[in-house]
Every structure is written in C-alpha cells, then in structure tokens.
Design a protein around this ligand. Structure first.
Ligand SMILES: Cc1cc2nc3c(=O)[nH]c(=O)nc-3n(C[C@H](O)[C@H](O)[C@H](O)COP(=O)(O)OP(=O)(O)OC[C@H]3O[C@@H](n4cnc5c(N)ncnc54)[C@H](O)[C@@H]3O)c2cc1C
Length: 409
C-alpha cells in the first residue's frame, strides 16, 4: 500500500486508502469529481514537496496526475528581431525541473532561475514558486483548470490568478486566513490544474537576477549570460544549501516514473560527486548515500510581512524589505531564517540530541527528516521553533507547506 511517506520529500505520512494515477485528462477530472461527489477527503498531489501529512492512515482519495507531456504549440520559433515569444504547454503532472531543463535545452529564456525547485508544473502556480530573482508568475500565459465548485473546465489568466509572494487565487481557495484551512477545499485547491501554458522568450541568454547567483557566476546583477550557465550555477548554489530534492527518492517504486530518467541520472551524478568530495561512501546497492538535508519541504516558514508599527519593534539589524500586506497596505517583509537563527535555533537545531528531526545543517529554514522521523517529530520541531520566535520577537511564523492533520489549532 502506498503511503505519504513514499511520495513526499519529507518522507513522512500515513498509508493511503485509495491512490489513483490517471493517465488521461478525462481520467484526472473523473477521479477528482468522483471523490468530490462522494464527499471523500481528497488530496491532489504532485511531487509531494510542499506537503506535511499526519502519520495516521488517510481514509480518502489521493490523485497524482501521471500525464507529463511538454509541448511547443507554436508552429515555428519566431525569428530574431520579431516577436520572440514562444509558448510552451506542460501537463500538470510534468516534473518542474524536467520542464526547466527542456526549455533551457531548446533555447528559451524565462524560468532558468527556477532550476532545481522540486515538484510539478501543476503545483508551481499554486504557490507561485520563486527563487533567485524569478517567479513563475512572470512566465505564465494561462492555466487550464477543473473548477471543483462549478464542475467545469476553465482557462485562468494571470489576472484571474492574483499571483503574489508564494500566493495565488488557487492557494487562496484553500485558506480562510493565512495558515488557516478553509472548510470546503483544503488541502486541494478549488481549481485543479490540468495544464499550464507558459510564454517564454526565444533566447539562449538570460538575466542574472540575484546577488548570490551573480557572486557564484562572478558577474553583476543584471548581466546577461547563457541560460545553461545560469541553470548550472543555480543548481550548485541550491546544492550548497541542501535546497534540492534527494534524487535517490526515485528509486522508490511509487516514484519510479515521476521524473525523466536522464534528469534523474544527471541529479544522481551531481549527488555522487558531492558525496565523493566529502568522502561519503555509496550505499550497498550502488546509489549515492541519501542527503538528509534534502528530506524537507524546502523553506518551512514564510517570510513574515509585518505592519510598519510591528516592524519598528524588530532589532535594528533584522532584514527589512518593502512588501504589501494581505489588506493591500504597505508592509515590511523580514526574514524567517534570520528570526529563527536569532531566536537561538541555529543550523542543525533539534529538540533533543537524539531527535530524528532537525533543522538542516545547511539552512535554518528547512525542517528535515534525518531518516526515521514521523510527522509528529517534524511537528514537535516546528512548534518549538515557532515558540522560540514568538518569545523572542512576538512574531507568529506561518508554515509554507500544506499541513494535513498536523500543526492545526
Ligand atoms: C528541497 C526543496 C526546495 C524547495 N525550494 C523552493 C523554492 O526555492 N521556491 C519555492 O517557491 N518553493 C520551493 N520548495 C517548495 C516546493 O518545491 C514547491 O512548493 C512546489 O511547487 C511543490 O510542488 P509539488 O508538485 O511537490 O506540490 P505538492 O507538495 O504535491 O502539493 C502542494 C499543494 O499543491 C496542490 N497541487 C498539487 N498539484 C496540483 C494540481 N495539479 N492542481 C491543483 N493543486 C495542486 C496540492 O493539493 C497541495 O495543496 C522547495 C521544496 C523542497 C523540498
């Protein structure tokens, strides 16, 4: 029986009563509609890289889209000097980094900075994934969805999607307030993504949009470089922070076809090279040893956006960026990683010396499963970090992952 532990990057979560992998568009809609019409709990899952699910058996339906086609519908690539937009369509189940690798390979600019983010194309628009100066929102032309309320398909435009920082109308449909699930649709949005059409630019060069990346490449922010070089640099910087998924997860039968084989092999080679450099032996079956810093949901807490009066109480050296509050008023974004570190929870922090869950030893913001953790262990760690930050700064950290049966009230 498949469990959430098998299909999530955190590697925790209970057994699943009904696990369905539709291979057609109609099959996907039918699986969702069938669960909804019977009133069964429903999780539409992608790569499971932004979900923390309870240890108890899940007595409902889990649907994972097994369609992974990526196509270029434009008949011919535009010529230089004319409109250089190229549309690429990807089915929701396509692995996100397969998509990025494909676009870079065929000479398109637009998503290279988002290399190495785990998960699927379908979920990329749910929380508007972002990294190194890029967000998926800027490349989305339209999103084809199944609307669970009206029971129709729709094409949503960026205007309909209301993209913001780790936010979209899809995500909003699951919550009544930040971090508070809405009764009706949680933990799967009202709109189930069927496919996404991207508008990318015909160019083998991209803009380096972020300081850390520019430093790694030895250039200035704003410089133009080959997208292939940008992609490799992003993967390197992410690896140094444990912010890639562990490619050894694709050895699990439940994950076998979820990513293109050539890309899994490339990821395994990169991990092997890192392990070799650190003197870490391969496992008995010849795979590189797993990297537990990557057994996470990435950043576990969102960067808080505070009203000006609350931000004024932050210590002088706390990071501050201009931002917009949910009510549309100007606010100040600070860094969750900074708050956690300055509340005394440093890299590698655990609730006890032998605890099976800890902060990543490479990144304060990632909660990690060191091999044998349960969802309860992750929850205990998360609550301890939240409490320390609350005590030190009076700020409530809100988890970024979709938490099911854990970290509720
Ligand atoms: C090591 C690591 C690094 C990360 N780095 C980043 C980063 O740099 N930037 C960033 O933004 N995120 C990052 N993340 C978080 C994660 O990769 C993204 O949120 C990703 O988009 C999740 O995709 P998924 O397919 O795994 O979604 P899942 O975890 O499977 O699902 C997340 C949510 O999306 C919903 N969903 C899934 N598929 C669909 C669909 N077809 N239609 C509608 N809803 C759907 C689910 O129901 C759920 O509510 C990181 C995670 C890890 C583990």
């Amino acid at each position: 029986m498949t469990s959430f532990a098998d299909i999530t990057t955190m590697g925790v979560g209970g057994e699943i009563a009904h696990f369905i992998e539709p291979t057609t568009r109609v099959g996907l809609i039918e699986a969702v509609e069938d669960a909804d019409s019977k009133g069964l709990p429903l999780v539409v899952i992608g790569g499971g890289s932004n979900m923390l699910i309870a240890d108890e058996p899940f007595n409902g339906v889990v649907v994972r889209d097994a369609r992974r086609l990526i196509t270029v519908p434009d008949e011919a690539a535009p010529v230089e000097g004319q409109d250089r937009t190229v549309h690429v369509n990807a089915e929701a189940g396509a692995n996100w980094d397969d998509f990025v690798a494909f676009t870079v390979e065929i000479g398109l600019e637009g998503v290279e900075g988002l290399s190495g983010i785990p998960g699927t194309v379908g979920a990329s628009v749910v929380q508007n994934i972002g990294a190194y100066g890029q967000e998926v929102a800027t490349s989305v032309e339209s999103v084809e969805v199944w609307d669970r309320e009206t029971k129709t398909t729709r094409d949503l435009t960026p205007d309909d999607l209301h993209f913001g920082y780790r936010y979209s109308a899809l995500k909003a449909s699951m919550y009544q307030a930040p971090g508070v699930p809405a009764q009706e649709f949680f933990p799967t949005p009202r709109y189930v993504v069927l496919s996404v059409t991207f508008a990318l630019t015909h160019s083998a060069q991209g803009t380096v949009g972020y300081g850390q990346l520019a430093k790694a490449l030895g250039v200035e922010v704003g410089d133009r470089m080959d997208t292939k070089e940008i992609r490799e640099a992003v993967l390197k910087v992410r690896a140094a922070k444990g912010m890639l998924e562990d490619p050894t997860r694709y050895a699990l039968p439940a994950m076998a076809d979820a990513k293109r084989e050539n890309n899994i092999l490339a990821d395994l080679q990169r991990l092997s090279a890192r392990n070799d450099a650190s003197g870490i032996e391969p496992t008995e079956d010849g795979l590189p040893a797993p990297d537990y810093n990557r057994h996470s949901c990435g950043s576990f807490f969102m960067n808080p956006i505070l009203p000006a009066n609350q931000a004024a109480n932050l210590p002088e050296d706390a990071p501050r960026f201009e931002a917009v509050l949910p009510n549309g008023e100007p606010g100040v974004k600070t860094s969750a990683a900074w708050l956690i570190d300055h509340a005394g929870c440093h890299k590698g922090f655990a609730v006890a010396a032998d605890a099976p869950a800890s902060l990543s030893t490479q990144h304060t913001l990632a909660l990690t499963n060191r091999g044998k953790a349960t969802a309860k262990d992750i929850e205990r760690l998360a609550r301890t970090v939240q409490q320390r930050v609350r005590d030190a700064f009076g700020i409530e950290l809100i988890p970024e992952p979709v938490c099911v049966g854990v970290l509720g009230e």
